[in-house]
Write a protein that binds this ligand. Structure first.
Ligand code: NDP
Ligand code: HEM
Length: 512
């Protein structure tokens, strides 16, 4: 008999006598309804899945620390996690692809999510970024439509390159992000081999009540490593879990991945004079104008014990900021402040922040009481269950109030038409690529666009031409090479997830 410590019990704690044989009438059955342990086992199995994230469903995560290496940033922010060289803050970092479902292959060309939960002494700070410093669109109104084009076509249940390129070619502000996605950096070998970016413009504020605009950067110390489309095809043929293997394996073997954390800082006055909108998520701030300021080192050093509990149930929300860090007028960021907590309440339940992985390491005291996941029994002060009260319940602390944010203007649906400045930064990026990198960019773009309706190709080539005529010509030539080679087309079908397929041609080619 197992000793007490190792004894199997029911969920109600009663020791189980037999976990191998269901109760039946006679050795041949049938079953009895009273075999509650059988029913409970089957019922639990039916409830083992929760909805996957509506985007960024496939992910890999690990725990680690931020160690501060410079306090230069304390001129701008009183955020406690940055206030001392050598200070360590625990964190969870989850990487992900955007479009693929939970079972998708890891080595797919896609933007990668880069989500931090910093467990600071002032509560959790979630920095939910990507491995790209910019994004496809700059208005949250467009996000659900954009994501629709990345997911499956309602009839074919296949990814639709036609939908992707139709949307992108009708949203030319996406050309900067497209150029990154289809360049070498769009297909890293593993999570360790890419940079992370907070992407949005956030703000810092300090004890003097001053606000500064800022951007967050995380540069890989492992170096950038990428697959070509063809290499990724070979990887996926052998393993769909190559990122999980890379990350879990590295940490397991003590090869802890590291990134250097930097920020860029812009004064409110400077923001009035940049040639581009500094709150536009399709733009970076050039380093020459806004140099990187070192903050610290990120190290991942602990694999999760339980993937479901610690990665799948992790809930990251751009709305989680801490003293010294604030938002900005960036409308994409503003949209995200709503969206994530709403997603978590649906996916995990009302008290999702009480789940162990989401629990702050700082004391928590609020007045949200009942609902799903209300598994914390402590009432605190039971008479103080509303606020304000006369019974010494938790109360506000004005020292945590952030300084006012200056905004002005007329409320309306402001158009942000695509202008010349939308092509300036993609041009700077394209110009940085070597001839070989440009060749791979054209090849990757052609492979993804090949087979979609000509009018969409022409519209998209028009945008590439505005970046540089040679860019458009490079993609045009690569498309012609694919056209000539039926064999290439077949290969492409095998290796590229965004491959063209016959149903698109039959059902979508007649679009206006
Ligand atoms: P810099 O020369 O100062 O910086 C170039 C940046 O580009 C570095 O951050 C570098 O990252 C990154 N980079 C290098 N190769 C690639 C690549 N193949 N794909 C994507 N990024 C790459 O110039 P600017 O700051 O003026 O920026 C020029 C262009 O670089 C921008 O228009 C933008 O497209 C891109 N970029 C700019 C960033 C920024 O925050 N300013 C951030 C990332 C890209 P690393 O140091 O890790 O090699
Ligand atoms: C995940 C919405 C733009 C990065 C999600 C989720 C939603 C969402 C609903 C799923 C959350 C969950 O169930 O856990 C939006 C909206 C956007 C937007 C409405 C625009 C208005 C962005 C941008 C970035 C980004 C610009 C990066 C700069 C991520 C990441 C995740 C994610 C990394 C996965 C988080 C995790 O690891 O759990 N997004 N998103 N998103 N999003 Fe966004």
């Amino acid at each position: 008999m197992a000793d007490t410590k190792n004894r199997l019990t029911t969920t109600a704690g009663a020791p189980v006598g037999d976990n191998q044989n269901a109760i039946t009438i006679g050795p041949r059955g049938p079953l009895l309804l009273q075999d509650y342990q059988l029913i409970e086992k089957l019922a639990h199995q039916n409830r083992e899945r929760i909805p996957e994230r509506v985007v960024h469903a496939k992910g890999w995560g690990a725990f680690g620390t931020l160690t501060v290496t410079s306090t230069e940033v304390t001129k701008y922010t009183n955020a406690k996690l940055f206030n001392e060289v050598g200070k360590k803050t625990d964190l969870l970092l989850r990487f992900s692809t955007v479009a693929g479902e939970q079972g998708a292959a890891d080595a797919e060309r896609d933007v990668r999510g880069f989500s931090f939960k910093f467990y600071t002494e002032d509560g959790n700070w979630d920095l939910v970024g990507n491995n790209t410093p910019v994004f496809f669109v700059r208005d949250p109104y467009k996000f659900p439509d954009f994501i629709r084009t990345q997911k499956r076509h309602p009839r074919t249940n296949l990814r639709s390159p036609t939908a992707m390129w139709d949307f992108w070619s009708l949203s030319p502000e996406s050309v900067h992000q497209i150029t990154i996605l289809f360049s070498d950096r769009g297909l890293p070998v593993g999570p360790q081999y890419m940079n992370g970016y907070g992407s949005h413009t956030f703000s810092f504020w300090n004890d003097a009540g001053e606000r500064y605009w800022c951007k967050f950067h995380f540069k890989t110390q492992q170096g950038h490593k990428h697959y070509t489309n063809e290499e990724a095809g070979e990887v996926i043929a052998k393993s769909r879990e190559s990122y999980q293997e890379e990350l879990y394996g590295a940490i397991h073997e003590g090869r802890f991945p590291k990134w250097t954390m930097y920020v860029q800082v812009m004064t409110q006055e400077q923001a009035k004079h940049t040639s581009y909108n500094p709150f536009d998520l399709t733009k970076v701030w050039p380093h020459s104008e806004f140099p990187l300021i070192e903050v610290g080192e990120i190290e991942l050093n602990k694999n999760p014990e339980n993937y479901f509990a610690q990665v799948e149930q992790a809930a990251f929300s751009p709305s989680n900021v801490v003293k010294g860090i604030g938002f900005s007028p960036d409308k994409m960021l503003q949209g995200r402040i709503f969206s994530y907590a709403d997603a978590h309440r649906y996916r995990l339940g009302a008290h999702y922040e009480a789940l162990p992985v989401n629990q702050p390491k700082a004391p928590v005291a609020h007045y949200h009481k009942d609902g799903l996941l209300r598994f914390f029994a402590d009432n605190g002060n039971p008479d103080a269950y509303y606020e304000p009260n006369s019974f010494d319940g938790p109360a506000q602390d004005p020292s945590y109030n952030e300084p006012p944010m200056e905004v002005e203007g007329i409320a309306k649906r402001w158009e942000q038409p695509v202008g010349d400045d939308d092509f300036v930064q993609p041009r700077a990026l394209w110009a940085m690529f070597s001839d070989e990198q440009k060749g791979r960019l054209y090849h990757n773009l052609a492979a993804a666009m090949h087979g979609i309706p000509d009018f969409i190709i022409e519209r998209q080539l028009g945008h590439f031409a505005k970046v540089d005529p040679a860019y458009a010509q490079g993609v045009r030539d690569a498309l012609a090479t694919l056209d000539k080679s039926e064999e290439d087309r077949e290969t492409h079908k095998d290796v590229d997830r965004m491959a063209v397929n016959e149903p698109h041609k039959n059902t979508e080619a007649e679009a206006p």
